[in-house]
Design a protein around this ligand. Structure first.
Ligand code: ITT
Length: 184
C-alpha cells in the first residue's frame, strides 16, 4: 500500500521517506497547506489536520505536528514552533534563553494517520538540551540548537544521529509497526 504524508515542509517529508523506505513502506508527498487549530496539544492539532487532509485527498494519509518544548520558557515555543521559527529563528530562541542554566528541552512529535474512517495517533519525544550557540549545518530549523540527551553534538552537527533517535524517527517507528502488523 502507498501512504501519503501531507505536509508543507519538505525537510519533514524527506526524513520520513528515508526512514519508512528502509522498512519497505512507500510514502508519497501530498503538498498540504492548512491553518492549524490553536491548541497546547500536538495530538489535538495532528488529529484535526489529518481529517482535513483526508477529506481533500481521499486516500490513506498521515500528518505530523512537532514542537520544541523548552522547560525554562514554560514549554515555549511548543505548539507555536513554526511561528517562532519564522519570527525569531534559532538565534532568537537563544536570546530568549540568555544565560539561563536550565537548558532542558524536548522535541515532541505526534503523527495522526487516517485510513478509511479510522484515525490512529503515534507520539514520541526526544529529550535533550538547548546549546549556548548555533552549531552545525545539517538538518533544518532548531536542529542547530538542540543537543540530544547523552550526546555532545547538536542534531545539525550529527544528522546521522538525529535520524536514529529523533522524535520523528521514534514516532515513525510506531507508525511503521502499526502498518506492518496490520498488513496495510
Ligand atoms: P506542516 O505543519 O505543514 O507539516 P510545519 O513546518 O508547519 O509543516 P510543524 O508545525 O510540525 O511543521 O513544525 C513546527 C516547526 O518546528 C517547524 O516549522 C520547524 O521550524 C520546527 N521543527 C519541526 N521538526 C523539526 C526538527 O526535526 N528539527 C528542527 N526543527 C523542527
Amino acid at each position: 500500500m502507498v501512504i501519503y504524508f501531507a505536509t508543507s515542509n519538505l525537510n519533514k517529508f524527506n526524513e520520513a521517506k528515508e526512514m519508512l523506505t528502509t522498512r519497505g513502506i512507500t510514502v508519497e508527498h501530498f503538498l498540504f497547506k492548512h491553518n492549524e487549530i490553536r491548541s497546547d496539544s500536538i495530538e489535538e492539532i495532528a488529529n484535526e489536520s489529518v481529517s482535513v487532509a483526508h477529506a481533500q485527498l481521499k486516500k490513506s494519509v498521515f500528518v505530523e505536528d512537532t514542537g520544541l518544548f523548552i522547560d525554562a520558557l514554560n514549554g515555549f515555543p511548543g505548539t507555536y514552533s513554526a511561528w517562532a521559527a519564522k519570527k525569531l529563528g534559532s538565534r532568537g530562541i537563544l536570546k530568549l534563553m540568555g544565560d539561563e542554566k536550565n537548558r532542558v528541552a524536548r522535541f515532541s512529535t505526534s503523527i495522526a494517520f487516517m485510513h478509511g474512517k479510522t484515525i490512529k495517533t503515534f507520539s514520541a519525544s526526544c529529550e535533550g538540551r538547548i546549546s549556548e550557540n548555533t552549531r552545525g549545518e545539517s538538518g533544518f530549523s532548531y536542529d542547530s540548537i538542540f543537543i540530544p540527551e547523552g550526546y555532545g553534538k547538536t542534531f545539525a552537527e550529527s544528522i546521522g544521529l538525529k535520524n536514529k533517535l529523533s522524535h520523528r524517527y521514534q514516532s515513525l517507528l510506531l507508525l511503521s509497526e502499526y502498518l506492518l502488523s496490520n498488513k496495510l
